[in-house]
Design a protein around this ligand. Structure first.
Ligand SMILES: Cc1cc2nc3c(=O)[nH]c(=O)nc-3n(C[C@H](O)[C@H](O)[C@H](O)COP(=O)(O)OP(=O)(O)OC[C@H]3O[C@@H](n4cnc5c(N)ncnc54)[C@H](O)[C@@H]3O)c2cc1C
Length: 385
């Protein structure tokens, strides 16, 4: 694509990485975000080699090494006794897959991406712009916002998350449906815990109907945890709400002392509770010069920790396609053909992993080697488009 004008809706990880990719290839773009300020929730995120490879290709290696941890050892523990059931003491994803595995505070990663985008182009991000509609006009697309303003470009990309307006406009309107899980996310200062409790740095406890995963972030000063529980209904208002630690503890009665210590010492005495929602997979994302990316196209359960990583892959492949093909509609078709099967497959695999994690533990329940290779070895910087 030549000339100017990619319009991106949404400044989450998907929108920002797409912007960085387009900037890298010298294509002009602007991001429109409905929030009045750029921020991320107070929680950790794990990034597997399939996405860190992209972030490194975008020139961010040095900064990532400063803000992220790479787990040296991973383990699964028995949910009641805390006994180690499987331990990998010499994790070296970089050697195995050519890129590291990172664990980081979401706000730190979001700040790094935002600063880099704005360093490349101080006018790239427009806040307080609530996208409400668009119109295709031959070779251009006009995006409209709730405040009455509009923006024109050659291509429009909806990176507006699971509740995507763009998805409803492109395809049949629909509502996300509750998938039967709640996730409590909290941060616990390491210095409040008994010495030696957090060993090794990353661990997962799986039990019937529940699972608890924890790892270190912010220079190993904070334990980030996500506690998942199956629940028939989501009755709270909104997608995520505050939750007291008593509520989390009620869900983990009888669990290993390590789990209970971490929950009881949650910073501020409270965490956030998320209902996990999904949408039916789409068989198309693109219409002419408009397409979808990230959670807007393929929201997934977080049981493989892949939602952001797959959005990051999407963003780089889309930028490559727009740089490579002169005709924007061809570029979007190539992007969709390269990405849709992998994204929908990961949606399915994430749901299956949830079922495995929430039954009584069985030998061989850790992420299957084949699945890990399929996910982690993917190279968005060189895959055919
Ligand atoms: C409990 C939990 C744990 C997770 N852990 C991991 C993990 O460890 N690793 C991982 O890779 N993924 C993880 N995920 C998934 C990950 O958080 C998402 O897949 C990812 O954030 C999606 O990014 P996105 O940019 O597509 O969407 P979002 O992050 O939702 O960003 C969408 C953006 O669009 C904006 N927006 C929305 N509507 C409009 C509009 N009308 N106009 C303008 N702007 C708009 C929003 O304000 C937002 O900034 C987890 C998810 C959950 C729930």
């Amino acid at each position: 694509m030549q000339g100017c004008g990619v319009i991106i809706v949404g400044a989450g990880f998907g929108g920002l990485v797409t912007t960085l990719g387009l900037q890298r290839f010298g294509l002009s773009c602007r991001v429109f975000e409905k929030a009045p300020a750029l921020e991320e929730v107070g929680a950790g995120i794990s990034l597997s080699p399939n996405s860190t490879r992209v972030l490194i290709a975008l020139g961010l290696r040095r900064q990532l090494d400063q803000i992220c941890n790479s787990p040296e050892a991973l383990c699964t523990k028995h949910f009641e006794t805390g006994e180690v059931r499987a331990l990998n003491e010499s994790v070296n994803y970089e050697k195995q897959y050519g890129a590291p595995y990172y664990q980081v505070h979401r706000a730190d990663l979001h700040a790094l991406l935002t600063e880099t985008v704005l360093g490349n182009d101080p006018d790239a991000i427009h806040l307080n712009r609530d996208f409400v509609g668009f119109e295709s006009r031959g070779n251009s697309v006009e995006a409209r916002f709730a405040d009455g303003s509009s923006a024109s470009g050659e291509v429009l990309i909806g990176c507006d998350g699971i509740k995507s307006v763009m998805r409803d406009l492109l395809w049949r309107p629909g509502k996300p449906h509750y998938l039967g899980y709640v996730a409590y996310r909290g941060l616990t200062p390491v210095d409040r815990l008994p010495d030696g409790l957090i060993a090794p740095p990353s661990a997962t406890f799986s039990g019937p109907g529940r699972h608890f995963t924890r790892y270190l972030i912010r220079g190993k000063e904070l334990v980030n945890y996500v506690a998942f529980a199956q629940r028939a209904e989501w009755t709270d208002e909104g997608w995520f709400v505050g939750a007291g630690i008593d509520e989390v503890l009620e869900n983990f009665v009888g669990w290993a002392p390590e789990v209970l210590h971490i929950i009881k010492n949650t910073r501020g005495g409270h965490c956030h509770k998320w209902g996990l929602f999904g949408r039916s997979p789409l068989s198309r994302w693109t219409r002419e010069r408009a397409t979808l990316l990230g959670d807007a196209a393929h929201p997934m359960l977080p049981f493989l920790g892949q939602g952001s990583s797959i959005a990051i892959e999407d963003g780089f492949v889309l930028a490559r396609a727009l740089a490579e093909y002169d005709d924007p509609a061809t570029a979007l078709a190539k992007y969709e053909a390269a990405r849709l099967p992998r994204a929908n497959e990961t949606v399915q695999q994430s749901a299956a992993q949830g079922e495995r994690k929430h039954r009584r533990p069985e030998p061989g329940d850790t992420m299957r080697e084949l699945l890990q290779t399929q996910l982690f070895a993917y190279d968005a910087t060189s895959v055919a488009i």
